[in-house]
Design a protein around this ligand. Structure first.
Ligand SMILES: *Cc1c(COP(=O)(O)O)cnc(C)c1O
Length: 459
């Protein structure tokens, strides 16, 4: 391609090129014609001239770029295991198989195979959810935000819902308890103060307009120091004395006691139900380790009201995720093997020694690949559970830390550019930038061979 005024080839001449015929075979006629037109327009706009072969190459680049899948695998070396922006929990093989089955053919989704009548899609997972939480009944929707919306709208529309001021949380920007209340047509009745709310604060707020008491698990922050709220048991007792439902938005919600696996304790739906909660909601893709879903468990009469709400239909879970969720729940039946079989729990329970050993393996090839362009160290660090599990409880881990060469004038800019180079790899590597260094936390590095294989491309 060169500058100058000579004419460009006609579209039909480019389309006759054997290379372009090959493009047509893989991308189809319409896409190929359009790409050739775009290539010619681009050349014309820049005042360049080109022959048929050069135009064909440009058209090919256009096609490759447009058809590159946007859902791309990445290496999550951020140190946050359940990273919302990277898709949260990786699913176990059992769930992938079940989802594939549901995607590729008809399944008994809302169909009772015993009597041939219409069934209820919630029944695919409700038994497991009840067994694992001790609940009477369960329902599932698109995500936990939807679950909260459905609980509030079904049980307390046009009424007041009493919540502690210390629990008016925002999760990831778009989900804020006060706004969800509005959309659910409930009136938020805030009580107490940011750091302390007493039983009598709730008590004094209850009146003829009250529809429910609610507790929101403050999952992505902690109020420490002179702080406190009544226990779930106290709130449940108060609610029931006044004939009100007590709702709990648990957020992360683990189905097992995590301390069994050496992790910090996270509240379980079973604990909330045992304390007297009438309904508890939690996410499917946080600590549970399954697909995106919102789960509500609790008293049957209330679950039935949620299921009768027309919003339930708008928020319902699709067959693919239902299939995956069922497969994940089945793994919970054997807690002894859960940490081996559930990928999210396997990553969360990886020992620091194991991660350090991996660091000793991967540091030399990384050092070789970056040459003199960075200082490369293996250092201890802390991983986070992520997705709103206790931010103050951090997991011991190890990271390959890449620092600018000694004397670099603009270490901040250097680090940004270096991080971009890692993200530019065929399977992008996403690390964490802190203290003018790029930290690659190895906790979630599962496919070490694939990681090492592309290091040579680090331009
Ligand atoms: C994460 C979270 C939500 C939202 O759940 P999604 O599954 O992301 O929709 C709501 N409430 C709490 C307390 C949470 O931690």
């Amino acid at each position: 391609m060169s500058a100058g005024g000579s004419p460009l080839p006609a579209v039909h001449l480019v389309l006759d090129d054997p290379g372009v015929k090959a493009l047509e075979a893989s991308y189809g006629r319409a896409e190929t014609v359009q790409a050739v037109r775009e290539a010619l327009e681009a050349l014309r706009a820049q005042g360049l001239r080109a022959d048929v072969g050069e135009t064909a190459q440009l058209a090919q680049r256009h096609l490759e770029q447009r058809h590159r899948p946007k859902v791309r695998r990445v290496f999550n070396l951020t140190g946050t295991v359940l990273h919302t922006n990277l898709g949260r929990a990786p699913l176990p093989a059992e769930a992938v198989a079940a989802a594939t089955l549901a995607m590729t053919g008809p399944v008994a989704l809302e169909f009772d195979l015993e009597n041939g009548r219409r069934g209820d899609r919630d029944d695919l997972v409700a038994d497991w959810l009840c067994r694992l939480t001790g609940a009477e009944a369960a329902t599932v929707v698109n995500n936990n935000a939807a679950a909260v919306l459905l609980m509030l709208n079904s049980l307390a529309a046009r009424r007041e819902v009493v919540v502690s001021r210390g629990e008016l949380v925002e999760i990831g920007g778009a989900f804020r308890i006060p706004e969800v209340m509005n959309r659910a047509q409930c009136r938020l009745r805030e009580v107490g103060t940011t750091n302390r709310t007493h039983r009598r604060d709730y008590e004094e707020a209850i009146g003829p307009k009250t529809g429910a008491l609610m507790k929101v698990h403050t999952s992505n922050y902690a109020i420490v120091g002179f702080a406190g709220v009544p226990t779930e048991g106290e709130l449940a007792k108060l609610a029931h004395e006044r004939d009100l439902p007590f709702l709990v938005d648990l957020g992360a919600g683990s189905l097992v006691a995590l301390e069994r696996y050496g992790l910090p304790h996270e509240p379980t739906p079973r604990e909330s139900l045992e304390a007297g909660a009438d309904l508890v909601s939690f996410s499917g893709d946080k600590l549970l380790g399954g697909p995106q879903a919102g789960i509500v468990v609790g008293r049957r009469v209330l679950i039935d009201r949620l299921k009768k709400n027309p919003l339930k239909r708008a928020l319902r879970l699709d067959k693919v995720r239902l299939a995956a969720l069922e497969a994940v729940l089945r793994l919970y039946a054997d807690p002894d093997r859960l940490a081996e079989r559930l990928p999210s729990l396997r990553l969360l329970t990886r020992s620091a020694a194991d991660i350090e050993a991996q660091g000793r393996r991967v540091r030399p090839p990384i050092l070789a690949a970056v040459g003199g362009r960075a200082r490369v160290a293996l250092e201890p660090c802390k991983s986070q559970i992520g997705s709103g599990a206790l931010p103050t409880d951090l997991l011991e881990s190890w990271a390959v830390v890449l620092r600018p060469p000694e004397g670099e004038k603009r270490p901040g800019r250097w680090t940004e550019a270096f991080a971009a180079a890692w993200r530019g790899l065929a399977v992008p590597v996403v690390g964490r930038i802190a203290d003018d260094a790029l930290w690659l936390d190895l906790r979630c590095l599962d496919d070490e061979a694939a990681f090492l294989a592309q290091l040579g491309d680090l331009g």
